[in-house]
Design a protein around this ligand. Structure first.
Ligand SMILES: Cc1cc2nc3c(=O)[nH]c(=O)nc-3n(C[C@H](O)[C@H](O)[C@H](O)COP(=O)(O)OP(=O)(O)OC[C@H]3O[C@@H](n4cnc5c(N)ncnc54)[C@H](O)[C@@H]3O)c2cc1C
Length: 381
């Protein structure tokens, strides 16, 4: 594929695994930006180079993306099997998700490593279960080698649930096509959460789970969780806070763990507002926060989660600083609230997209599998 894929002098001396794919992709021009944004949000470092984009994996290895007329060519290279298959997986799954409507065929040719365990997989054991409020359950997990998860700007993770008393736990592996191979007959359920607190040296972390009224494997596991249960941990991912003169943090109960963790990490002189939507007063928590950040609780008072406009109404009523470029926004909430909130800030309040890190944490009436099947457009801003 020519010049862009030449390796550096250092890389020439390393034993590298290499693979390529050339994806027929009629609408590559429409999808390129969302694909690159998604790769960066999933912890891959993007380097724009003449004629191609290089994405560097935190596990080792680089992917080279070359968009051409009606195709996307990719070459990956990595020093060993686990980062090699992990990079193929990241590219295959994220590009496939962002462009779900295009039903892309992504087949890799080149070196093979056989199926490998994901290099970020850690096994966690439930140590303690307690309810922080009537609607929020905190679970403390213990585990080894958690250092990669103790980073303030990568606070999200994926939990893989094992059935109770499953005997010897089995975990998904990554194959040579970058696909996940699930053990046994069924797929183990997994869901995304926020690491509320972590002490990697002491080997523990806390996750706060919303006790929502929906059905789903996540809530089912959380309701039954007891000391000694096992989960797999993957990640971390996503953007955390950037330095700013004024912070706007916003979310519903699923965003509260992220808001609480960000507040604890801000410098004491930080200023701004946190808007937190909860079911009612009983869901309020004592949050450690810089004195210059005001905490505003917004109560649904009997209305269903995901059914109100509390967050967008509250942000519309705010007097944002005139120096718009000083502002940093973080938001995690139900899809409709997330979308309205972000649109207001970008389209009406004059913020740039880079100032606004916002996530759709869940979507009313859709499970995570429904969202995965529908593709990125179902949670697009
Ligand atoms: C980046 C990120 C960080 C997140 N952090 C956290 C976190 O720290 N704590 C946390 O509890 N959640 C968090 N979430 C949200 C969590 O992943 C979803 O709520 C997930 O859908 C739960 O899976 P489930 O199996 O319980 O429900 P699913 O099987 O996914 O959904 C089943 C049904 O329940 C409904 N539902 C799902 N979540 C909720 C909810 N919160 N309230 C009301 N109805 C709901 C769905 O709309 C669907 O109808 C986060 C999500 C993301 C993307």
């Amino acid at each position: 594929m020519g010049e862009p894929f030449l390796t550096t002098e250092n890389e020439k001396n390393m034993p590298l695994f290499r693979a390529r794919t050339s994806i027929p992709f009629a609408r590559i021009d429409d999808y390129l930006d969302p694909i690159l944004t998604s790769l960066v949000a999933h912890n891959l470092e993007l380097r724009t180079e003449p004629g191609h984009y290089a994405v560097v994996s935190p596990f080792g290895g680089t992917g080279h993306l070359v968009p051409r007329q009606g195709r996307l060519d990719i070459m990956v290279e990595a020093p060993s099997g686990p980062p090699f298959n992990r990079l193929k997986h990241d590219l295959t799954s994220l590009i496939g998700f962002v462009a779900r409507e295009e039903a892309l065929t992504i087949d890799w040719t080149g070196d093979t490593a056989g199926s490998v365990l994901p290099p970020d997989l850690r096994i966690l054991t439930v140590e303690r279960v307690r309810d922080v409020t009537p609607g929020l359950r905190r679970i403390t997990f213990s585990g080894h080698d958690l250092g990669r998860y103790a980073v303030p700007d990568q606070i999200h993770c994926r939990l893989i649930f094992q059935a109770k008393g499953a005997g010897k736990p089995e975990w998904p592996r990554l194959d040579d096509n970058g696909r996940v191979v699930w053990p046994g007959r069924g797929q183990l359920a997994s869901r995304i959460y926020t690491i509320r607190r972590i002490d990697a040296d002491a080997g523990w972390l806390d996750i706060d789970f919303v006790l929502h009224a929906g059905n789903g494997p996540g809530i089912g596991w959380v309701r039954a969780a007891a000391s000694g249960d096992i989960v797999g941990l993957l990640g971390p991912a996503a953007h955390g806070p950037s330095p700013a003169g004024w912070y706007l943090l916003a979310g519903d109960e699923t965003g509260l763990p992220g808001i609480a963790r960000i507040l604890e990490g801000l410098r004491p002189a930080a200023r701004g507002v946190a808007l937190i939507e909860t079911a009612g007063r009983a869901e309020e928590q004592m949050l450690a926060h810089p004195p210059g950040i005001e905490i505003r609780w917004l109560h649904r008072d009997g209305r269903a989660p995901g059914s109100t406009r509390l967050l967008v109404e509250a942000v519309r009523a705010l007097a944002l600083p005139d120096q718009r470029e000083d502002i940093f926004v973080w938001c995690g909430a139900e899809f409709t609230a997330f979308r309205e909130f972000r649109r207001y800030l970008l389209n009406e309040a004059g913020l740039a997209a880079a100032q606004c890190v916002a996530f759709s944490h869940w979507r009313q009436g859709m499970s995570e599998e429904d969202i995965a099947a529908a593709g990125a457009s179902s949670i697009a801003p």
